[in-house]
Design a protein around this ligand. Structure first.
Ligand SMILES: [Zn+2]
Length: 64
């Protein structure tokens, strides 16, 4: 059992130890945060490719 130190978390991008109260939490640096943002952006881009738009229109047409 060690004393009360600042807890460490792992940077989700590079797996470095990051102090829990770090300025770029939960990332070790601004760079890793931007990389993560880029990951999210590209995921959203894939999700928002509208294959469902056509399906929705078809369904509402059938209801009428
Ligand atoms: Zn990092």
């Amino acid at each position: 059992m060690s004393g009360a130190k600042t807890p460490l978390i792992k940077c989700p991008i590079c797996k470095k130890d990051v102090p829990f109260d770090g300025p770029n939490m939960p990332f070790c640096s601004d760079r890793c945060r931007i990389i993560d943002l880029g990951n999210w952006a590209s995921e959203k881009y894939v999700i928002s490719s509208p294959a469902t738009d056509g399906e929705l229109e078809k369904e509402s047409g059938e209801i009428e």
